[in-house]
Design a protein around this ligand. Structure first.
Ligand SMILES: Nc1ncnc2c1ncn2[C@@H]1O[C@H](COP(=O)(O)OP(=O)(O)OP(=O)(O)O)[C@@H](O)[C@H]1O
Length: 263
């Protein structure tokens, strides 16, 4: 489903600001895999997601989604394959548009743009159905401006929108990190539900090790642009936060950033 083969990315090469963000990284996700990604600050987690989404073009290596080589495709040409939710609840939705207009945009993503055809009666019924799944009462507020929603509600909506068109790959980039613990838990539960319902192939970056263990069927740990530890489904089912900390201390000089530990 997703093949990242030997991908490298260096920012400002040959200058004093040179930063090697990804170093010959390879990763393969089968259909329906849900891989959680942890690692130190600056390990290259977001760069990996950016390389997959096309926001950044890798310097070397190749990326295939569903057997199609997308390595050189810019993000707007990968949009129909990729759903993404960012850390910032403001990033995934348009505040001045209503809930149903935002959903329409998501629905039309990767197709011809325009709000008109998105707002038919049939589609509205579908929106209500999808919103009900969030259990936040948003289905009764279709014409409310999204800017009026709380961070957690917006993030739940972003998640729904990202999963709406059954993307071939779902990218979640610390999407619960900016929320208070209660809302983060809600969005985590919704994530599991939306991924399960759609059978979505997913890469999720998190700084919360407990969440990384609880969600998904595989886990990877990154450090300095490489995957330094990987747990398959069998290993992950009995993995503990202590195990992960132990793995991490094997990497000399590194400190694993973990929100759960930072409180
Ligand atoms: N647009 C950019 N321009 C220059 N350097 C960048 C850029 N994006 C990332 N980097 C650098 O690349 C490295 C990897 O960054 P990245 O954001 O991928 O790490 P991360 O694992 O997501 O970190 P964090 O957990 O802190 O978000 C870092 O050294 C970072 O400073």
């Amino acid at each position: 489903m997703l093949t990242v083969n030997d991908v490298s990315k260096t920012f400002f090469p040959g200058t004093v600001n040179e930063r090697r963000a990804l170093h010959q990284l390879s990763l393969t996700l089968a259909e329906g895999d849900f891989v959680t990604v942890i690692g130190s600050n600056g390990a290259g987690k977001s760069t990996l997601l950016n390389a997959v989404s096309g926001r950044l073009i890798a310097d070397g290596g190749s990326i295939e989604i569903d057997g199609k080589n997308v390595t050189r495709l810019p993000d707007h040409r990968r949009a129909k394959y990729v759903g993404r939710v960012f850390q910032d609840p403001l990033a995934g939705t348009a505040p001045n548009l209503t809930i149903e207009e935002n959903l329409s945009l998501a629905f039309l993503r990767g197709r011809r743009r325009g709000l008109g055809p998105g707002l038919g009666k049939k589609r509205r019924v579908q929106f209500v159905e999808q919103l009900s799944m969030l259990e936040l009462g948003l289905e009764d507020r279709l014409t409310a401006k999204v800017g009026l929603l709380s961070g957690g509600q917006r993030q739940a909506l972003s998640l729904l929108m990202a999963g709406f068109t059954q993307p071939r790959i779902m990218l979640l980039d610390e999407h619960t990190a900016a929320l208070d613990p209660q809302r983060a838990e809600l969005v985590t539960t919704l994530t599991q539900r939306i991924v399960d319902t759609g059978g979505l192939t997913t890469l999720m970056v998190t700084h919360n090790m407990e969440q990384a263990i609880r969600l998904g069927n595989r886990l990877i740990m990154m450090h300095e642009g490489q995957i330094v530890y990987e747990a398959d489904a069998a290993t992950k089912s009995s993995l503990t936060v202590q195990d992960l900390l132990r793995e991490f201390t094997k990497i000399k000089g590194a400190t694993l950033s973990d929100q759960a530990f930072l409180g």
